[in-house]
Design a protein around this ligand. Sequence first.
Ligand code: C2E
Ligand code: CA
Ligand code: CA
Ligand code: CA
Length: 276
Amino acid sequence: VKKAGITGYGFYHNQMNQAFPDKMIMETHLRRAIELDELSLHYQPQVDLNNGTITSIEALLRWNNRKFGSVPPSEFISIAEENGLIHPIGAWVIDQACLQLQRWALQGIGNIRVAVNISPKQFSQPDFDRVVSSALEKYGVDASLLEIEITESAMSNMNTTLNMLKKLKKIGVKISVDDFGTGYSSLNYLRLFPIDILKIDQSFVREIQSECKDAAITKTIIHLAHSLGLEVVAEGVEELAQVSFLRKEHCQKGQGYFFSKPLPSREMEKKLLNIG
Ligand code: C2E
Ligand code: CA
Ligand code: CA
Ligand code: CA
């Protein structure tokens, strides 16, 4: 009886002190997330800072589990990367983004690009380009409307990265570097890789009005992008003062809560229809 009591106490104690569910339990649920229809994409606009129009949209993955509720991607993406689930989940994201592009095209919402986040694990798969091309074909989507967001950490092996980027460019999709400035060897790959867009990490944008260093880095990234003929997007724009700064520095695009938080597809669609 005494032993059972201790065990029982240990169990409750353990449960109550855990901020997040056990990784293994989470993994079990994540394994069934696609078939149980628990995943969805939310959409956040990227806005032209000169005229306020929406030019592209980033798709952000959401997982709503019936037991845990809404689990943030910062929690489950790393688990999916560890156990390989990132491959089916990543393919699902690309499929859904293309389906969305097809639906929007049918509603007359054309020329809006959708950007998807690609994990380094996914990007280093030798047949990753096939995942992309087959989704585009399946929904008859113009390749130039799909953007692949990769981080600097996806680019570690120069030869494999260059090969994959060449295959993707041949398909016709756009390539952006996400969280730009937070990794390393940036300048060398900018020279070597066929990249279209730099996304300035939100950690630089956050304090551009108050921190000289952040302002200097942001300006430098904008100028670097322009010198190389690349598009540039500032992430994490929350305030008008940031918009003013970015416009003064001729940054083309901004993304962040100032314009809109990520929205479910239906709500994003309403926004797009109001404009178009
Ligand atoms: P990220 O790609 O850098 O995405 C931007 C994150 O910043 C998103 O968080 C977005 O909701 C949030 N955000 C947007 N505007 C603002 C703002 O003005 N202020 C602040 N503080 N935050 C803002 P989210 O949706 O929680 O995603 C977190 C990360 O999870 C993403 O960072 C990305 O690395 C990853 N992720 C999301 N969806 C996917 C996916 O489909 N596949 C993969 N591999 N990773 C994903
Ligand atoms: Ca991103
Ligand atoms: Ca980012
Ligand atoms: Ca990030």
